[in-house]
Design a protein around this ligand. Structure first.
Ligand SMILES: C[S@@+](CC[C@H](N)C(=O)[O-])C[C@H]1O[C@@H](n2cnc3c(N)ncnc32)[C@H](O)[C@@H]1O
Length: 299
């Protein structure tokens, strides 16, 4: 490349012999600032190598020669689609069926019995899987309910499954998992709630309509205003806030408290805790579990 060539003009995807672009401190900081502003992701400087690994393929896909050009793109108004791609690349989507299963036991043994009257009266019961990744969490919730509770005809119980990443939401909606991904599902549940499809590369297990009917999948950024109208009885937001800084977490505790019914349940991931400041609204109720207190006017 001629040294006078502007960075953004250097679009030669896959040209042989090209050196791998280097991510320097300045570009890392520009990327981290956008990840924080757009998605709340708090990326520590120690994660620079991870950012480099995940974004190198974006640079290749766009045919950009270096991170300077990439930063200019994502900071420009035309870069909004790429900013979404970037967030999608930087989020961690690891999940599995029946992860931290004590929460599903609690759901079956305590939460659902407490909601029984509402369910049987046909009143609105809402469960939210916030940060649902590829769908293992909302499908596990649905299986736990159907396995243990004969939902009456008039039941108005629904699960909202949301994530910022449109790719995982599309995956979750389709509900097609390979053998490795369903390894945590008991054989009898697989037979009952999935259909087996043979593919060229192996077996795919697709979630049944019975499960899908209970769930609405939606793209939703927890940092942006929430479009939901009514309140929730249960929120699972597990292994999501761990990527956020304290300030963003505090904002979320307040918003979760706002959108939960008094007595409503909040389940967090194994290393997440509601900050002390909000414990009067979200009272500890067991392992990484909280309940909305009945404190009218507190918010
Ligand atoms: C590690 S997964 C957790 C999946 C599931 N809750 C579990 O515990 O297995 C974290 C998910 O949070 C999502 N996420 C990250 N930032 C988000 C944001 N600002 N709004 C909504 N979802 C977000 C990611 O896209 C990712 O799918």
């Amino acid at each position: 490349m001629n040294i006078a060539t502007p960075h953004h003009a250097a679009r030669r995807p896959g040209s042989p012999g090209r050196a791998r672009p280097k991510l320097d401190q300045k570009a890392f900081e520009r990327i981290a600032a956008i990840a924080l502003a757009d998605a709340g992701l708090d990326i520590a400087p120690s994660k620079m190598a991870m950012v480099h690994t995940r974004l190198a393929r974006r640079l290749r896909a766009l045919g950009l020669a270096d991170y300077e050009a990439y930063c200019s793109l994502i900071e420009s108004p035309e870069g909004s689609d790429e900013r979404r791609e970037m967030i999608s690349s930087l989020t961690t989507n690891v999940s599995h069926f029946f992860r931290e299963d004590h929460h599903f036991e609690r759901l079956v043994q305590e939460v659902l019995p407490g909601l029984r009257k509402k369910i049987e009266a046909g009143q609105r019961v809402r469960i939210w899987s916030a940060g649902c990744s590829n769908g293992q969490e909302p499908y596990t919730i649905a299986m736990s309910i159907l396995e243990n509770y004969a939902l009456p005809e008039q039941a108005d119980l629904r699960i909202l499954a949301s994530d910022i990443d449109p790719k995982v939401v599309a995956f979750a909606r389709r509900g097609a998992y390979d053998e490795r991904m369903v390894s945590g599902v008991a054989a009898e549940l697989l037979e009952k709630y999935f259909t087996r499809q043979k593919t060229g590369t192996g077996t795919t297990w697709v979630t049944s309509q019975q499960l899908k009917r209970l769930i609405s999948f939606r793209e939703l950024n927890l940092l942006k205003p929430w479009p939901m109208q009514g309140k929730f009885d249960v929120i699972f937001c597990r292994n999501v806030v761990i990527y956020f800084n304290e300030e963003t977490q505090q904002e979320l505790w307040k918003n979760f408290a706002r959108i939960l019914h008094p007595g409503g349940w909040l389940f967090l991931g194994h290393s997440e805790r509601v900050s002390e400041h909000y414990l009067d609204l979200l009272s500890p109720a067991g392992m990484t579990t909280y309940r909305r207190t009945d404190t009218p006017g507190a918010l």
